[in-house]
Each structure stands twice: as structure tokens, then as C-alpha cells.
Design a protein around this ligand. Structure first.
Ligand code: NAD
Ligand code: UDP
Length: 339
């Protein structure tokens, strides 16, 4: 089965492409490399020992996209392409709507034109806003606190409307919690530009000596140790979730909306401790003020993923830290310098 993966050169996309190739799927990647490197694709090919078809193109470019569908018999699409920084989205909201919503509309149009109706979309736990009670079920109320979250919510709603208008579509809306870690080879991983916003890459860069200490945003939350609690999930588990979703969607048309999380919440201090034990290093940290927009605790109810697509996360926090650390040590400067 030939799968188009938009954003396949990125962090989650690259790991999913590798998992797809290892499962015998053919992979076509469309990525404009605005937040990734061609090196990740080369490494996917080495790890999978086979080649992928790559188009350096913007998903909003309907001429290029149509050409991709003309040149390949695409049977299903996994749509990762998009911008993902909450902070950036507050400063340049129009770019976020244009890129995330615009690329999705272009893609869904071309898919309709080619009668390709199997789609997995990267949504996010951010669509639960800041009021949902953890463990969060898929039926919880949705809201958005920033343009990034709103763009995800808009695309989810567009997909809902699409399915209502034509129930021969097979649509998966996967709401990721906090994807972390890397492939066990240490050859592909997360490669953020500039100063990382997210906890895992920040800790990794402190451990490898690129930054002095971790600033912990808030030590007075109503959690077991006062620091924020999140549901960290290994990126290979996320990749596997896409394959399980594709398998379920392939069987019947439906609108599937599921959480991809482990169901476990870990605090910032829990993560620092686990990372220290994985790396054998002391991670200096300082508790500073809360980060605006953060909530105390956020973790998934995973029952629906388990019952509907037979998927459960299998990696624990220790392997997430070990694999993130291996990627960081082998590639201290990400894909820029071959480690
Ligand atoms: P990423 O930035 O590493 O990957 C996204 C890829 O899409 C990049 O390779 C980028 O170059 C490409 N891209 C962006 N806009 C494009 C466009 N218009 N045309 C073609 N390519 C384009 O991000 P990621 O962490 O792999 O996230 C993948 C998806 O999952 C995103 O949609 C993101 O919003 C969503 N998501 C990520 C997280 C997370 O914490 N990483 C959590 C929830 C949801
Ligand atoms: N966090 C932190 N220091 C950092 C980055 C993040 O203390 O440098 C905390 C943040 O406040 C939250 C948790 O780590 O409680 C996860 O943050 P991240 O940005 O990785 O994910 P998100 O906030 O999107 O869930």
C-alpha cells in the first residue's frame, strides 16, 4: 500500500515513515523542509534499507500536490505537515492559519479529486484547552488557547464536516500528548531550531553541555511535587499508533478520534530524575515562575485507543530518556553535523 506522508522529514513523520517501511508500506514524502533536514530522509532510507520517494514541495502548492498524486497511486495519506510552536503562533497567527489550515484544505481537495479517502491527521491534546480534567477522554469539551491550538481545532472541525457530507471517507484524528524520545539507533530524532521550548530537548541540551541549566516553569502547582505533570509518550509508540489507525481505517469508513498517550503523568522533576539516571549525569535546574498558558496536569485516558485500534503505548519513561539521550549524544548539533 502506498502512503503519502506530508511532513515526513520532520520529527514524528520521520519515525512514522521508518515504521511504515518496516511494515512493508511504500512511502511518498512531501515536505518543504521549513522545519527539517533532507538528512533525516537519508537516514530513514539507511535504517529501512530501502528508498522513499521524496518531493521537496509545499502542501499548499496544489499544482505540485496534484503532480504527486498523478505520479503515484496514493491509497492513504498521513498528514503531519504544519507549524507547531505555540509561542510563534501567538506572534504570527496568520502564518499558522495559512500554513496549517491552508495546507489541509489543499490536501483534502486533491484527495477528493483523486478519490483517495483514507486520511490520518496529526491533532494534539492542545484541543482540550486548559479546563479538561485528567485523565482526559476524547469526549471532553474542546477549546483553544492560542492560534496553534485553534488551527488544530479548525482542521478537526473541517474533517468532521467532510465526514458528515460524505461518510465514505476513512478519517483518523489522532490527538498526541507529549511525543518524546527517538529511534533506538540514535540516527533520527527531534532537531529543534534555536532554543527549545519543550522540556525533553531542553534537558537533552543541558545534559550535553549546550545549555547551563533547566528552568522549571513553576514549583507551586497542585501536583505531587509542585511541578507540571504531562503524559510523555515515546515517538515510536506514536508511529505505531499511526499504523494501527491506518489498519483500522482501511477496514471501514469512519471518523475515528483518539488520544495517543500512555495514560501516565510525570512531573518535570520526575523527568529530570529519569534523565539523570539514563545519562549518568547531574542535570542542573532552577525553579522559576510559571510559563503563561501552562496547566498543572494533563494526561490521557487511553481506553478508546486500546479498544478501537488495539493500540497501547509500550515504552516507559526510562526508555524515552535513554533514546533521547542516545540521539543527543550521537548528534549533539542535530542533523547539522553528522555525529
Ligand atoms: P516537525 O516540525 O518536526 O515536522 C513537521 C514537518 O512538516 C516539517 O518537516 C516541516 O518542514 C513540514 N512542513 C511544515 N509546513 C509544511 C508545508 N506547508 N508543506 C510541506 N511541509 C511542511 O513537527 P512534528 O513534531 O514532527 O509534528 C508533526 C505534526 O504533529 C504537526 O502537525 C504537529 O502540529 C503535530 N503535533 C506535534 C506534537 C509535538 O509535540 N511534536 C504534539 C501534538 C501534535
Ligand atoms: N517545562 C519546563 N521547562 C522548560 C520546558 C518545559 O519546566 O524549559 C515544563 C512545562 O511547564 C510543562 C512541561 O515541562 O509543565 C512540559 O512542557 P512542554 O513544553 O515540553 O510541553 P507542553 O507544555 O506542550 O505540554
Amino acid at each position: 500500500m502506498k502512503i503519502l506522508v506530508t511532513g515526513g522529514a520532520g520529527y514524528i513523520g520521520s519515525h512514522t515513515c521508518l515504521a511504515l517501511l518496516n511494515e512493508g508500506y511504500e512511502v511518498v514524502i512531501v515536505d518543504n523542509l521549513c522545519n527539517s533536514s533532507i538528512e533525516s530522509i537519508k537516514r530513514i532510507e539507511i535504517l529501512a534499507n530501502q528508498s522513499v520517494i521524496f518531493y521537496n514541495a509545499d502542501v499548499r502548492d496544489m499544482v505540485s500536490l496534484e503532480n504527486v498524486f498523478h505520479e503515484n497511486s496514493i491509497e492513504a495519506v498521513i498528514h503531519f505537515a504544519g507549524l507547531k510552536s505555540v509561542n510563534e503562533s501567538i506572534n504570527i497567527p496568520i502564518n499558522y492559519y495559512e500554513n496549517n489550515v491552508g495546507s489541509s484544505i489543499a490536501l483534502f481537495n486533491i484527495m477528493s479529486k483523486f478519490n483517495c479517502k483514507i486520511l490520518v491527521f496529526s491533532s494534539s491534546a492542545t484541543v482540550y484547552g486548559d479546563t479538561a480534567m485528567s485523565p482526559i477522554k476524547e469526549g471532553s469539551q474542546l477549546s483553544a488557547n492560542n492560534p496553534y491550538g485553534r488551527s488544530k481545532l479548525m482542521i478537526e472541525e473541517i474533517l468532521q464536516d467532510l465526514y458528515v457530507s460524505d461518510d465514505t471517507w476513512h478519517i483518523g484524528r489522532l490527538r498526541y500528548f507529549n511525543p518524546v524520545g527517538a529511534h533506538k539507533s540514535g540516527m533520527i530524532g527531534e532537531d529543534p531550531n534555536g532554543i527549545p521550548n519543550n522540556l525533553f530537548p531542553y534537558i537533552s541540551q543541558v545534559a550535553v553541555g549546550r545549555r547551563k541549566k533547566v528552568n522549571i516553569f513553576g514549583g507551586d502547582y497542585d501536583t505531587h511535587d509542585g511541578t507540571g505533570v504531562r503524559d510523555y509518550i515515546h515517538v515510536m509508540d506514536i508511529a505505531d499508533g499511526h499504523i494501527k489507525a491506518l489498519e483500522a481505517l482501511n477496514i471501514k469508513s469512519q471518523l475515528l478520534t483518539i488520544n495517543l498517550g500512555t495514560g501516565n503523568g510525570y512531573s518535570v522533576l520526575d523527568v529530570i530524575k529519569a534523565f539523570e539516571s539514563a545519562s549518568g549525569l547531574k542535570i542542573p535546574y532552577k525553579i522559576v515562575g510559571r510559563r503563561e498558558g501552562d496547566i498543572a496536569s494533563c494526561y490521557a485516558d487511553t481506553a478508546l485507543a486500546s479498544s478501537s485500534i488495539n493500540w497501547n503505548a509500550s515504552y516507559n519513561l526510562e526508555s524515552m530518556c535513554k533514546d533521547a539521550w542516545k540521539w543527543q549524544t550521537l548528534n549533539p548539533n542535530g542533523y547539522q553535523k553528522i555525529g
